[in-house]
Design a protein around this ligand. Structure first.
Ligand SMILES: Nc1ncnc2c1ncn2[C@@H]1O[C@H](COP(=O)(O)OP(=O)(O)OP(=O)(O)O)[C@@H](O)[C@H]1O
Length: 229
């Protein structure tokens, strides 16, 4: 990898991930190389079991690959200690889950404050400003039980952006949403990625939202290929 490609966004080089051992070995990722630029929204589609969740887990430093390297900006996740990995994840990576993964007892505004309470953050976003940016100021005092699925997802996205991450990893953000809400949520992801220069990887089964994405790749049997839509 050249110095230039190692300084921004996400870079995976020759990443292979094996699960299990002996006869039970499963190749979840098979020699995957990928660069996602700052400000780019990449969608990854593919059948169940193709390796999409494994890709997110490796890119997010949650699982170490069997071989190959993973960089977020200039940070090498592959050789980092557990302690450094935790610090890198907190400072550089945002995660968005299928249904928002919000804490039931916290208001929308407090969900956004939460990442700032888990440790020092260099230049955090202002929670009220970010709430406004995702169109949720009018719901600041509501708890998740009184929000719609689309609203919960907006809060989940905003929470992931509080620390100004370089990389955003998004797992099936529209799985629980109807068509109109799905369009809004992915349009929001595209806008936030572009505006704030975040490299975003979104795994999805939802082909109706792909037109919001800058690039679409297909995962098949652990390999990433061009998507023919
Ligand atoms: N912890 C594990 N131990 C053993 N095998 C695993 C483990 N996690 C995943 N696998 C296997 O690795 C392969 C890739 O799984 P992965 O969850 O990444 O696929 P996926 O594309 O995300 O699937 P889905 O769309 O159903 O979520 C599958 O064959 C799966 O059975």
């Amino acid at each position: 990898m050249t110095a230039a490609t190692a300084t921004a966004g996400l870079n995976l080089a020759g990443v292979t991930l094996l699960h299990g051992d002996g006869d039970d070995t499963v190749t979840a990722l098979d020699d995957v190389s990928l660069t996602v630029q700052p400000g780019e929204l990449l969608a990854v589609v593919g059948p169940s079991g193709a390796g999409k969740s494994s890709l997110l887990a490796v890119a997010g430093g949650l699982i170490r690959p069997t071989s190959g390297t993973v960089h977020v900006g200039d940070a090498d996740l592959t050789n980092a200690s557990q302690r450094d990995l935790a610090r890198l994840r907190r400072a550089r990576i945002g995660f968005v889950f299928q249904s928002g993964n919000l804490l039931p007892a916290l208001t929308a505004l407090d969900q956004l404050r939460l990442p700032l309470q888990l440790g020092p953050v260099e230049k955090p976003r202002d929670p009220r400003e970010l709430l406004d940016e995702v169109g949720m100021s009018h719901r600041a005092d509501r708890r998740p039980g009184h929000l719609s699925g689309g609203e919960r997802q907006r809060i989940g996205i905003a929470r992931a952006l509080m620390t100004r991450p370089q990389l955003l990893l998004v797992d099936e953000p529209t799985a629980a949403l109807d068509r109109a809400r799905s369009q809004e949520v992915v349009a929001l992801l595209a806008r936030e990625s572009h505006q704030h220069g975040v490299a975003t990887v979104m795994v999805t089964h939802d082909h109706d939202v792909l037109h919001h994405c800058d690039r679409v790749l297909q995962m098949t049997d652990g390999r990433l290929e061009e998507h023919v839509g």
